[in-house]
Design a binder for this molecule. Structure first.
Ligand code: 5AD
Ligand code: SF4
Length: 447
């Protein structure tokens, strides 16, 4: 008899709740964490009030992300008082960055960095025995390659697939290389296998995730080859990816995207700034001209591609002239949408150590507001160009505003609202766009 069969799984029947903050990568990580815990007998509960273990998957990218999470942790004190034995774990980027401070918080029982998730069953067991469970070791190898994530986002149609971890780019402002460690790629075979399983389970769209997917490398397989392999799983499966660094956006990748109709016509290409002086200070390794050259290449190979971006307002020493360069870049590219932030100094990054955070908070916010106002105009213009056009959308769910409407996305990643009629989530529907706002398109099915 195998004695292990007599040992109950570590977490047998124990209810765990996971709360996730931050980027898509964090959401994908929470699904890996759940897979690890389920294997040990833990049961997921959506209801935090039922949970015996609460894990908070955290984000450190900007100060306000961390502040929000600290606020939330304060609320957990109440749960702790009400429920004896409740275990609270901080996992992910904040765990990595703030291990010492979190160690001192009597309220926190478990601290696990992004490469320590496999250790969570052990760390939770330590906490249950009254000790703190801590592991913030970063790894050069860990990719959680063979773990099949347990999907927490339950639309059953779209899923994230993590293809690499960490980042080597060392942008001056960014904390990610410190919290997530060095870049490493997951074996392509396990990626394709996961995608095949998702398709067989009814999923119709995957987003390949990494901090810089263009530098994916697994033996002879680079990102363009990986994209082709994933696109070949089925022509009925849409493929997206996020996020790309402009310095590595190769023609070869653009040719692969153009060659497969099921690879979506949407590229997120974070510019961060339109001023070459700022880009050099940010250590982005490209100039405004290089960036615009990449935009031109996208337009040449994939004329119907939507381009989106990330922008930072008020980085160290940014002048009004630099700021105007960002606004002019935005006009020149005509982004479909953008994520826009004001610079937030992160401890220990290159810019925190060596550059002056000398744009006043008021000025940062003024510049950011100008950027946001311009982007609203550009998004509206981009959407207006789609009115009258024909698109295929993949339905993802019921519209927030009305049960009689559903929403789906175009290949360009724009949301379209249509009448529900006989449609179901996961259907592809051909629509004509009839109207728009800056955020959404309205459509009508083409019969
Ligand atoms: N301050 C403001 N924005 C930042 N980002 C990353 N680090 C910072 C920071 N310190 C933004 C960048 C990046 C996105 C994920 O977050 O635009 O592309
Ligand atoms: Fe941060 Fe730059 Fe890496 Fe993106 S590419 S995670 S901005 S260091």
């Amino acid at each position: 008899m195998n004695i292990n069969n007599l040992r109950p799984a570590v977490g047998a029947g124990c209810k765990v709740h996971i709360e996730t903050y931050g980027c898509q990568m964090n959401f994908a990580d929470s699904e890996v964490v759940l897979a690890i815990l389920q294997k040990e007998g833990y049961i997921y509960t959506e209801d935090i009030a039922q949970a015996e273990v609460i894990l908070v998957n955290t984000c450190s990218i900007r100060d306000n992300a961390e502040q929000r999470i600290w606020g939330r942790l304060n609320e957990f004190r109440r749960y702790k008082r009400a429920r004896k034995g409740l275990i609270v774990g901080i996992i992910g980027c904040m765990a990595e960055r703030l291990k010492e401070r979190l160690l001192d918080e009597e309220m926190v029982n478990v601290v696990a960095g992004p490469d320590a998730f496999r250790d969570l069953p052990h760390l939770i067991r330590m906490a249950r025995e009254g000790q703190k469970g801590i592991n913030t070791k970063l790894s050069r190898e860990e990719t959680y390659a063979e773990i099949s994530p347990v999907r927490l986002d339950k639309n059953g149609v779209t899923a994230f697939v993590s293809i690499m971890r960490g980042c080597n780019n060392m942008c001056a402002y960014c904390v990610v290389p410190y919290t997530r460690g060095a870049e490493r790629s997951r074996d392509w075979q396990t990626i394709v296998h996961e995608v095949e399983e998702l398709f067989a389970a009814g999923y119709r769209e995957v987003t390949l995730l990494g901090q810089n997917v263009n530098s994916y490398k697994c033996g002879e397989v680079g990102f363009p080859e990986l994209m082709a392999k994933v696109a070949e799983v089925s022509p009925l499966l849409r493929v997206r990816f996020s996020t790309s660094h402009p310095k590595d956006m190769s023609d070869e990748l653009l040719q692969v995207i153009a060659a497969y109709p099921n690879i979506c016509r949407a590229i997120h290409l974070p510019a961060q700034s339109g001023s070459s002086r700022m880009l050099a200070l940010m250590n982005r390794k490209y100039t405004r001209e290089w960036y615009l050259g990449r935009i031109e290449a996208i337009r040449k190979y994939i004329p119907d591609c939507a381009i989106t971006t990330d922008l930072i307002a008020g980085f160290c020493t940014e002048t009004e002239e630099d700021h105007q360069m960002t606004l002019s870049l935005m006009r020149e590219v005509g982004y479909a949408s953008a994520f826009m932030f004001h610079y937030s100094e992160r401890p220990n990054t290159y810019s925190a150590r060596h550059l002056a955070d000398d744009v006043s908070p008021e000025e940062k916010i003024r510049r950011l507001n100008e950027i946001i106002a311009l982007q609203n105009e550009l998004s509206l213009e981009s959407n207006r160009r789609d009115v009258g056009g024909e698109f295929e959308i993949l339905l993802e769910g019921t519209s927030k505003r009305s049960d009689d409407k559903m929403f789906g996305r175009t290949s360009q990643n724009k949301v379209v609202i249509i009448d529900r009629r006989y449609h179901r989530v996961g259907d592809y529907v051909r629509v004509r766009v009839t109207d728009c706002s800056s955020a959404t398109l309205m459509g009508q099915e083409i019969e």
